[in-house]
Design a protein around this ligand. Structure first.
Ligand SMILES: Nc1ncnc2c1ncn2[C@@H]1O[C@H](COP(=O)(O)OP(=O)(O)OP(=O)(O)O)[C@@H](O)[C@H]1O
Length: 548
């Protein structure tokens, strides 16, 4: 451009000088040879020619276009233009292009890709925007988020190097997976600087930002594996900004256990070198068990908020093959918590169901212990269950899950903490003693207590409500115990739980029978209802012989 600028200045000078107007322009001012010679110390011939090329092209187009249009067939002119471009490209600086794939050969996430994506988001938020970009705002966010779109050039200038980024997303026919990658182009000769300084800086910045003011994201996968590309997606996962307010301070659980857990997490995070030195994957597994409503999910949220780790919530009720599962797990990022809830709930399938193309427990454990943990850093995995006794022994084997955490029913300590959270009671209350006695006697989850504490009417009224609720529970417990005693004395060998289920089923059947009777009476048909129920059952069995 500098050469072109000098040329233009001289031309203006020539035009403005009346005395020079009579003389032909090049000879009077300078010859081209002289001009190139004067610029030679600063620029090579190629650079000067490159600077002038756009002007030459414009001039050629302007002068020749009417002639070309009139006399030369369009096919020939297109050919000539392409030849001209080819010839011109010999003088432009050659480019080099780096391809940065989202996932590597083993389908493991490429950290440079993630860092680049985050960097380009900030770049276009702060500086010149590309021609097309995405803007998105979800309810919980304060500001709109800007993001790059595919096939759009994003230009960055760093240390005088012009870098051209472009994101591509390719979906092969018959494949559910989308392959994403960046192409990063710069002038040839600068590639080493890009590799040795530009890209490492971007990755460094990305890692630092992960720790500072990091927002925690909750990743989920809706429906089946391989959903189409969407707006709020990172790789194979959908995400939302996770804004759960729970922290360890607000969590009602055994204080000693809580302290142990916080120390364990902090120690894990601080042991990067140790894990590296002993050659162990930097991962830790936690098994949370306890009845529903005791705070297992809340504990996971508190862990994520404490560590500022993203959460990947994997729902195993979806049918994944071992291969799908491997790919899904490998698309999770470092510094994250992988959560597999209700691991006992039929989602972990036995070998018989392999034929249905679903994963097996051993498949899952192999992935977790193998590639998943060794390809990443600071990985936490949490399994939850309501029934530890139903778990496959493979999961309980020593060394499999590093820490087992029992989430129990509400104790008086837990109650006081919840009362402080919900009612802001910071010291003792006269009803605490009574509540303590009741809590020792009945099993109530923190979730149920939290529900009671949300009732309105002032502190005293709410606590009296809690007392009434616990007394009611106590009465129910006494009645159930009495029933059990009577069954025992009548030598009826039924477990109480089974009996309750049986009675519920009976009640349901009676209700159905009553409904059928009402229906039949309205059509005036004389049929014995019990016979009819039997008949219908038989029919159903014939239609679905697999249903017992
Ligand atoms: N230990 C606890 N400390 C504070 N709040 C709790 C605790 N346990 C439960 N809660 C309250 O009850 C709600 C439900 O609890 P949560 O979902 O964490 O239980 P869970 O054990 O994960 O249940 P599930 O097994 O059904 O998933 C929470 O949102 C929270 O308000």
């Amino acid at each position: 451009m500098f050469g072109a600028e000098i040329l233009l200045r001289r031309w203006f000078y020539w035009v403005s000088r009346e005395d020079l107007k009579e003389q032909p322009y090049p000879q009077t001012m300078f010859t081209f040879r002289e001009m190139f010679a004067s610029l030679a110390p600063f620029f090579t011939f190629r650079e000067m020619f490159t600077s002038l090329a756009p002007f030459v092209t414009a001039a050629v187009v302007i002068v020749l276009s009417p002639f070309v249009k009139e006399h030369i067939p369009s096919a020939v002119s297109t050919y000539l233009v392409s030849m001209y471009e080819k010839w011109l490209s010999r003088f432009s600086t050659p480019q080099v292009t780096l391809v940065i794939e989202e996932k590597g050969d083993l389908k493991v996430r490429n950290q440079i890709y993630d860092a680049a994506r985050a960097y380009l988001r900030t770049l276009i938020s702060k500086s010149t925007k590309p021609k097309r970009f995405k803007v998105n705002k979800v309810g919980t966010q304060n500001e709109s988020a800007i993001d790059i779109v595919e096939n759009e050039d994003v230009i960055d200038i760093s240390n005088g190097i012009r870098l051209n980024w472009k994101l591509y997303a390719v979906k092969e026919v018959g494949h559910v997976d989308v392959d994403r990658y960046f192409e990063l182009s710069c002038d040839k000769g600068f590639e080493n600087e890009v590799l040795e300084s530009y890209l490492p800086d971007i990755v460094d910045r990305y890692e630092r930002n992960q720790n500072d003011d990091k927002v925690v994201k909750l990743y989920t996968r809706d429906g089946s594996y391989g959903n189409s590309v969407g707006v709020d997606r990172d790789g194979d996962w959908n995400y939302v900004i996770f804004k759960h307010p729970i922290t360890f301070e607000k969590l009602a659980m055994d204080p000693k256990q809580k302290e142990m857990l916080i120390n364990d997490l902090d120690r894990f995070i601080g042991r990067k070198d140790l894990y590296k030195n002993v050659g162990k994957a930097w991962k830790r597994g936690y098994l949370l068990y306890g009845p529903p409503g005791t705070g297992k999910s809340s504990l996971i949220a508190a862990m994520a908020n404490h560590l500022k780790f993203n959460i990947y919530d994997l729902n195993l009720s979806c049918r994944y093959s071992d291969e799908d599962l491997r790919s899904i797990l490998l698309s999770t990022t470092n510094r994250s918590i992988l959560v597999i809830e209700d691991i006992d709930c039929g989602a972990v399938l036995d070998d018989k169901r392999r034929e249905f193309d679903s994963f097996t427990l051993s498949g899952l454990l192999n992935i977790i212990d193998g590639l998943w943990s060794s390809c990443g850093d600071e990985r936490i995995i949490v399994f939850t269950t309501n029934h530890k006794d139903r778990l496959d022994p493979a999961l309980l084997r020593p060394g499999r899950m590093d820490v087992h955490v029992h989430m129990s029913y509400c104790t008086i300590d837990g109650f006081k903490l919840l009362a402080a959270n919900y009612l802001k009671i910071l010291c003792d209350h006269q009803l605490y003693r009574q509540i303590e006695g009741l809590l020792k006697n009945v099993e109530v989850t923190p979730a149920k207590i939290a529900e009671q504490l949300l009732e309105g009417g002032g502190t005293d009224v709410v606590l009296q409500g809690v007392v009434k609720f616990l007394e009611q529970k106590e009465r129910e417990k006494a009645e159930a115990a009495k029933l059990k005693e009577r069954l025992k004395s009548a030598a009826i060998d039924v477990d109480a739980e089974g009996l309750v289920k049986f009675l519920k089923q009976k009640k349901l059947e009676n209700a159905k029978a009553a409904e059928a009777e009402q229906l039949l009476s309205s059509v005036d048909t004389d049929v014995d209802v019990e016979e009819l129920v039997k008949f219908l059952k038989q029919k159903k069995l014939e239609e679905n012989p697999n249903e017992s």
